[in-house]
Write a protein that binds this ligand. Structure first.
Ligand code: CO
Length: 157
């Protein structure tokens, strides 16, 4: 396993729109290794989520920590967002030291492909829902500092 280098703000990787992963590519050894590397990189950086653009790959792949378990979501799509919102303090491995309060949907329903290339569908609420929304934003070039209403620790840039 290889630890990947985490890209920090400002970087075009963090602002690009990421591309969908082709289904055939999911089963390749190269991509499977990349997923393992992403998981390892997230754990070693003590993050609760990681999106591929953060390791300089503009692909629609995110890892979200569901309790102890890393959840791999490929080409994730939110098809339901609760009306109810939740405000919580967020940080980002790509913006070291910055913390801010972001308001997000309390619950979301997500459709994605898992690491075997199978369709999955599930609903997340609370912290997991927040992590998933934060990571999906990365795939669209959006950072939490764009959405934070209040900073507990402002970004340096
Ligand atoms: Co982030």
């Amino acid at each position: 396993m290889t630890l990947l280098k985490i890209v920090t703000h400002p970087s075009s990787f963090l602002r690009n729109l990421s591309s969908e992963v082709k289904r055939k590519y999911i089963k390749t050894e190269e991509f499977q290794r990349f997923l393992d590397d992403m998981i390892e990189t997230m754990k070693s950086a003590q993050g609760v989520g990681l999106a591929a653009p953060q390791v300089a790959k503009n692909l629609r792949v995110i890892i979200a920590l569901d309790g102890e378990k890393p959840l791999v979501l490929i080409n994730p799509r939110m098809h339901f967002k609760s009306w109810r919102k939740i405000s919580s303090e967020e940080g980002c491995l790509s913006i070291p030291g910055a913390w801010g309060i972001v308001k997000r949907h309390y619950a979301v329903s997500v459709k994605a492909l898992n690491r075997r290339g199978e369709k999955t569908k599930f609903r997340a609420r609370g912290l997991l829902s927040v992590i998933i929304q934060h990571e999906i934003d990365h795939l669209n070039g959006v950072l939490f500092i764009d959405k934070a209403k209040k900073f507990t620790n402002p970004p340096k840039m």
